[in-house]
Design a protein around this ligand. Structure first.
Ligand SMILES: Cc1ncc(COP(=O)(O)O)c(C=O)c1O
Length: 382
């Protein structure tokens, strides 16, 4: 099998779809100094605890439980909340949302999304609720959010617990309130492609004291603080090195968001008016973290399909991405035995159109006009 490698751009590197904002080498040395003095490198030490306090303060939530990544945070969140049975989730999300449900020993039940907002909504969920439904897991995608108010109302009227996968939405606000304390708990990711990065990392945020104690006991087989009974333990401890990178990223959060926002405006100016190439606008968040530049390619109006645009960009050293294709609900492992995959028309239509363009610290003004030209050229390149 041959693996395709993108050609290189002017600087000799391919342009990644997302690149973390990282401290300079000298800043890096400086922020790690305390760790080397203390010689306390890992095992959830003082830097990790400090990062948790700072995050709780920033998110205005009682508890933040740092974890090695968001995938394990999602699984731990469901497990520690005692969820057993069916969990309603969209297929239009990153695979980790759905596989975390499986890691927690639960069964994902797919609901279609609203094609316009890209998010799951109350009426789609309502169609799937049954006596076996134990929870709803809602991803807040693209630095935007679902319609949280109607989801909270649904959770209240049905008694089904609501959780959020806010991996892509750190720092976003809904109706003027920062994400972090919606539903029973929320998960954030600090992966390299995320707006707040620790290289790798994640957390659960919650106002529920018992849930927080359980999560801390589940996170580590020792050194968990206040005891709480849990069905199993894990190892999702944070390293001091990750914590200091995360703290640096939090201090620079506003600047990082501003830079991405500026780049996003340039994209809009560059590609606005190209028929069939629609840049997605934020719909529900009252403040977006500007992590993602998402567009929809309409084959009929644009002339060629999304995959041809991707191919043309890739051939010229630009690593754009298709999201989230093919749909998770179509994966063999998600269909039990002889059952046909569930039909999700809006998810399937959107998965064929969505493209994510590069954003982040590697992208410069001149890259955006180059990418704009490549997108326009792709109509006649095939
Ligand atoms: C919606 C969503 N959920 C979960 C994850 C998993 O995060 P992590 O890579 O930190 O495990 C991601 C990461 O890309 C994501 O975008």
């Amino acid at each position: 099998m041959t693996v395709a490698i993108p050609s290189l751009n002017k600087s000799g590197l391919s342009l990644p779809v997302g690149q973390l904002y990282f401290p300079s080498k000298s800043e890096y040395d400086e922020i790690l100094e305390g760790i080397f003095e203390r010689r306390y490198f890992t095992n959830h030490g003082p830097s990790a605890y400090e990062f948790e306090y700072e995050l709780a303060d920033f998110l205005n939530v009682k508890h933040v439980i740092l974890t090695t990544n968001a995938t394990i945070a999602l699984a731990m969140m469901l497990k520690s909340a005692g969820i057993e049975g069916e969990v309603i989730v969209p297929s239009f999300t990153f695979v980790a949302t759905v596989f975390a449900i499986k890691w927690a020993g639960c069964t994902p039940i797919f609901a279609d999304i609203d094609e316009n907002s890209h998010h799951i909504n109350a009426s789609r969920i309502q169609e799937k609720i049954s006596e076996n439904t134990k929870a709803i897991l809602v991803p807040n995608l693209w630095g935007d959010t679902a319609d949280i108010r109607e989801l909270e109302a649904l959770s209240k009227s049905t008694g089904v617990s609501l959780f959020f996968d806010s991996a892509q939405a750190f720092g976003c606000e809904y109706r003027g309130k920062r994400l972090g304390s919606y539903g029973k708990a929320e998960v954030f990711s600090f992966h390299a492609t995320k707006i707040l990065s620790a290289g790798e990392g994640g957390c659960v945020a919650t106002n529920d004291d018992l849930l927080a104690s359980k999560l801390r006991n589940m996170r580590s087989s020792y050194g968990a603080g206040k005891f709480a009974e849990v069905p199993l333990t894990s190892n999702a401890r944070f390293s001091e090195l990750q914590a200091e990178i995360g703290r640096w990223s939090l201090r620079h959060f506003a600047r990082i968001v501003d830079n991405n926002r500026y780049l996003s405006h340039l994209y809009v100016a560059e590609l606005d008016g190209v028929p069939g190439f629609k840049i997605r606008e934020i719909q529900n968040a009252s403040f977006s973290n500007s992590t993602y530049l998402i567009a929809e390619v309409n084959r009929e109006e644009f002339g060629v399909g999304r995959d041809n645009v991707l191919k043309h960009l890739f051939n010229h050293g630009v690593n754009a991405r298709r999201y989230f294709a093919p749909g998770i609900h179509r994966m063999k492992v998600m269909t039990d035995n002889a059952n046909e995959p569930v039909s999700l028309p809006a998810t399937e239509a959107l998965s064929d159109r969505v493209i994510q363009l590069p954003l982040g610290s590697s992208v410069h003004e001149e890259d955006i006009s180059r990418i704009g030209n490549l997108v326009r050229q792709s109509r006649s390149a095939f």
